[in-house]
Design a protein around this ligand. Structure first.
Ligand code: C2E
Ligand code: CA
Ligand code: CA
Length: 279
């Protein structure tokens, strides 16, 4: 049994060593991802839940590496957050997404907005507002065409600079929204203090709709908070018609999810924009 315990320990340390190597390998490959053109953004439509009209898109990052294959975004993003690489990747995503808005506008779609995910690490890095401003002006689009999605993680970091950065972003005219609203635990106090425009209802709570009574209650509560504070609300993870009906009855204006479309390539998204909703 002593021997087995030893072997167990050995395989445990082997496993740790392998995971360590894997991490270093991912770090190494990720540092070359931008220069090697391995990153791309897909665009998931955000639609008016009543009319089906596309009102915007969320830009979602993809990484295809020749050694590692296709990595899941939630995994490589949190990895990039721990190394700090997300600051460079995120700046690239902002520039790239703004250039797509330029393209939509050139094709006559002047009101379609893009939402870009911004990591708390970018928020704490140097001059997020400057990075955003440069991306807007390089693409020649107004701040109102860009929405930034933050998670509540930004708010619990409790940087003294948080309020100042939010104010700078607001002054650029960009829309600010809280992603995965309700999943965090930062309290509601910040909603009164920060210049936030909208909330995104986490898909976690939509999963049990309309059968699970506590999921229904949470959706109602979030919708009530948004309405009473005058905030926009986007429901994510809308997968079926029953969920869409529920949200319409609740007065939620905008949704995104597989019921409408997955994240699309830039060309497929443009094609969708050029197709009238009931054609
Ligand atoms: P998120 O911001 O909550 O993005 C929504 C995720 O839900 C996306 O996963 C999307 O593909 C997926 N989704 C969309 N519709 C449905 C649906 O109807 N049902 C279900 N079950 N899922 C749906 P994805 O693309 O794998 O991204 C995962 C996460 O990675 C994102 O979650 C976000 O936190 C992060 N992420 C992606 N791109 C970026 C980025 O450019 N920057 C940063 N900081 N994070 C990013
Ligand atoms: Ca998001
Ligand atoms: Ca989300």
């Amino acid at each position: 049994s002593k021997r087995r315990a030893y072997n167990g320990w050995q395989s445990y340390t082997d496993d740790l060593a392998r995971r360590q190597r894997d991490r270093l390998q991912v770090d190494f490959q990720m540092r070359g991802a931008l220069d090697n053109n391995e990153l791309s953004l897909l665009y998931q439509p955000q639609v008016d839940l009543r009319t089906g009209l596309v009102v915007g898109a969320e830009a979602l990052m993809r990484w295809h590496n020749s050694q590692l294959g296709v990595m899941r975004p939630d995994i490589f993003i949190s990895h990039a957050e721990s190394t700090g690489e997300i600051i460079r990747l995120g700046a690239w995503a902002l520039r790239e997404a703004c250039m797509q808005v330029r393209r939509w506008r050139d094709e006559g779609h002047n009101t379609v907005r893009v939402a870009v995910n911004v990591s708390y690490r970018q928020f704490l890095a140097d001059d997020l507002a400057g990075t955003v401003e440069a991306a807007l002006s390089a693409a020649g689009i107004p701040g109102t065409a860009l929405e930034l999605e933050f998670t509540e993680r930004v708010l619990i970091e409790d940087e003294p600079d948080t309020l100042r950065i939010f104010a700078q972003l607001r002054d650029l005219g960009v829309m600010l929204s809280i992603d995965d609203f309700g999943e965090g635990y930062s309290g509601l106090n910040y909603l009164r203090r920060l210049p936030i425009h909208g909330l995104k209802l986490s898909q976690l709570f939509l999963q049990g709709v309309p059968t699970n009574t506590s999921d229904v209650a949470v959706c109602q509560a979030v919708s009530g908070i948004a309405r009473s504070l005058g905030l926009g609300l986007v429901a994510e993870g809308v997968e079926n018609e029953a969920q869409r009906r529920f949200l319409v009855d609740l007065g939620v204006p905008v949704g995104q999810g597989y019921l409408f479309a997955p994240a699309l390539s830039p060309d497929d998204f443009i094609q969708l924009l050029n197709t009238p909703p009931y054609a």
